[in-house]
Design a protein. Structure first.
Length: 197
């Protein structure tokens, strides 16, 4: 039990710690909206990691073989979604400066969770990563305990990112700070999306 859990923790941190577009989105949501919304987004990413760990435990090697031929189109779709999101973030930030008297449409924790969960599920590399990890350990990792460890590791990292974003958000809470963080976030997301192409 403990070996399987620790293997899951190692795998969960291994996939979550490299900050990519999803991590940037979580930080940006926390900075621009609230810790609650950023934490919900982080838990959406962790849920996707947990689901992919479960899929890998249940049949990852076979699924990785099925996904490999369509990995490039899935990456292109994910890049497209990220580019739209980056453009939308920049556009809303610029509009907010122009229309300061009109309050922005609020982002709910539920919408952030669902959106980041869906976007993270676009990443076929995650299930391939978990399948390779499991195969590297001889195909046995302890099933459920591995999945729980992977989810908790990913969740703890994503929540750390959300907390950091919230702290940055408090420091840059003015209109100019929000505009700058939104534009920087948009530029970073665009750069990360381009790396997927």
């Amino acid at each position: 039990m403990s070996a399987a859990f620790l293997a899951g923790v190692a795998a969960g941190y291994g996939i979550a710690v490299p900050v990519g577009a999803i991590g940037v989105l979580i930080v940006a949501l926390s900075a621009r909206v609230s810790l609650r919304v950023g934490a919900a987004a982080g838990l959406g990413a962790a849920t996707a990691d947990g689901l992919y760990a479960l899929i890998a435990v249940l049949g990852g090697a076979a699924l990785a073989g099925v996904i490999a031929p369509i990995a490039t189109p899935l990456r292109w779709m994910a890049a497209g979604v990220l580019l739209v999101l980056a453009g939308s973030t920049a556009y809303r930030a610029m509009r907010r400066v122009e229309d300061a008297e009109r309050p922005p449409r609020p982002v709910t924790a539920r919408a952030a969770y669902a959106g980041i969960l869906g976007l993270t599920m676009f990443n076929p590399a995650t299930v391939i990563y978990f399948a390779a990890f499991i195969l590297g350990r001889g195909g046995t990792v302890g099933g459920g305990w591995f999945v729980v460890g992977a989810f908790l590791a990913s969740a703890s990292w994503q929540l750390l990112l959300a907390g950091g974003g919230s702290l940055v958000g408090r420091l840059l809470a003015g209109e100019r700070g929000r505009l700058i963080t939104a534009l920087v976030s948009s530029a970073v997301i665009t750069a990360l999306a381009i790396t997927l192409l």
